[in-house]
Design a protein around this ligand. Structure first.
Ligand code: HEC
Length: 97
């Protein structure tokens, strides 16, 4: 049951990703969401270290997993728009833009 529910959520975001803006910006759009919602914990003490572009981009697959199934952020939540932005940027190949 749990896994079919997760698949449903992933399908929902997969559909949104088809409308991705190819210019989704790490610096202007993705990084502020990560800083506000993730870096309080993922600050070098907790894997993965999400303080830098390199930290986020090299861990992009698990970042996407954890936000799409809403396991992260612990103690908070992201809006669908925020999840979609980060997912789009990762689907675009996690550019340093
Ligand atoms: C309140 C602290 C806290 C916040 C905020 C938080 N995390 Fe985490 N995160 C953890 C802890 C603790 C773990 C390791 C234990 C676990 O997986 O539950 C973890 C694990 C992870 C992992 C590793 C999963 C794996 O497969 O090993 C990823 C990726 C991750 N978090 C991403 C994020 C992202 C992205 C955000 C922001 C949207 C975020 N986290 C916000 C505490 C936090």
């Amino acid at each position: 049951m749990v896994s079919s529910c997760e698949n449903y959520v992933e399908d929902e975001f997969q559909a949104l990703v088809e409308d991705c803006d190819p210019n989704t910006s790490f610096i202007n759009q993705v990084n502020p969401i990560i800083e506000n919602n993730c870096v309080s914990c993922h600050n070098g003490n907790q894997f993965p270290d999400l303080r830098t572009y390199n930290g986020v981009s090299t861990n992009s697959e698990i970042v996407m997993q954890q936000i799409v199934n809403r396991t992260m952020p612990i103690g908070g939540s992201l809006t669908n728009e925020e999840i979609n932005l980060i997912t789009c940027w990762i689907e675009n190949g996690s550019p340093n833009n």
